[in-house]
Design a protein around this ligand. Structure first.
Ligand code: AMP
Length: 282
């Protein structure tokens, strides 16, 4: 496994691999790896000749009051896990090489980035699309794998790839969860013991929604109100939003129909957790 810091060097290597006709699989991450990341890495590995994983805590996707500085980092551990997955290249650029002084260019996807997470975290998706566009230009992947855990991010990045004619096959992999249903996340480490216990309520509320929908409930208001009741039972939970939207356009739905995304963000002390499920409703 080679560790590459320089964007130029990484690009040169990938250009060489492309000339040899190698299929490049790519998984962008912010590190502090967990089983969720590893599941994406295994999918990318199966579908490619050469696997590149990037670790970059991208400052442009964090708001000024967000957790960029304290976002967990542990490169030694990440390197060990990636070796074990037989990763070929780890790309770990420095902030000053990705955004040198005088940097001026950003990629923005309209409309769908103003909803859900984008409504609460202005500028977040502009940071995400910009860094992924740059990483795609450097790594030139044939296949890239993202997690359904960040449902809106997956929709936004697929749109960017379509609109800007990136010839990258985008794969979205299922959310990997802890035994009690909590979605794995690097940010779970912010949770105290008690908060961690209560955090399973995100998944429980999604399961409650699923149950209601199976019983024929089509009213978003009713489903959301039941989800709020489930979450209220945990005193440390503070709901940021619960939304039922079309899974592609991310438009709010009053009545459930078609492919539906139920997503939520809940705060526990310092941690802000997100989760979602996608369902087909006739
Ligand atoms: P991050 O390091 O949080 O930026 O995540 C890197 C990639 O891993 C993104 O595509 C995430 O959607 C994905 N991911 C994060 N958590 C999970 C999870 N629990 N299950 C599946 N994919 C995940």
């Amino acid at each position: 496994m080679q560790i590459i810091k320089s964007p130029k060097m990484m690009q040169r290597i990938c250009q060489g691999l492309k000339r040899e006709g190698k299929i490049i699989g790519f998984v962008p991450t912010m590190g502090y790896l967990h089983e969720g990341h590893l599941s994406l890495i295994r999918i990318a590995k199966r579908r490619s000749d050469v696997l590149v994983v990037s670790i970059f805590v991208n400052p442009t996707q964090f708001g000024p009051k967000e957790d960029f500085a304290r976002y967990p980092r542990d490169f030694k551990r990440d390197r060990f896990l990636l070796e074990r997955e037989d990763c070929d290249f780890v790309f770990v650029p420095r902030v000053k090489d990705m955004y040198p002084s005088g940097y001026l260019t950003y990629v923005n996807v309209d409309k769908i980035t103003g909803k859900l997470e984008g409504a609460i975290r202005p500028g977040h998706f502009k940071g995400v699309t910009t860094v992924v566009a740059k990483l795609f230009n450097i790594v030139q992947p044939d296949v890239a794998v993202f997690g359904q855990k960040d449902a809106q991010q997956a929709v936004v990045l697929k749109k960017m790839v379509d609109d800007l004619n990136y010839g990258v096959k985008m794969i979205v992999a299922p959310t990997v969860r802890e035994k009690d249903g909590l979605a794995q996340s690097s940010r779970n480490m912010y949770l105290s013991e008690e908060e961690r216990k209560q955090a399973k309520v995100l998944y429980q509320s999604l399961q409650e929604a699923k149950k209601l929908i199976k019983m024929g409930e089509k009213s978003s208001n009713k489903i959301i109100s039941r989800m709020r009741d489930v979450i209220k039972k945990q005193p440390l939970a503070e709901v940021d939003y619960i939304a039922i939207t079309d899974a592609q356009t991310l438009e709010f739905l009053n009545k459930l129909k078609g492919e539906v995304l139920i997503s939520l963000a809940v705060r526990f002390g310092k941690a802000r957790l997100i989760d979602n499920i996608k369902l087909k409703v006739d």
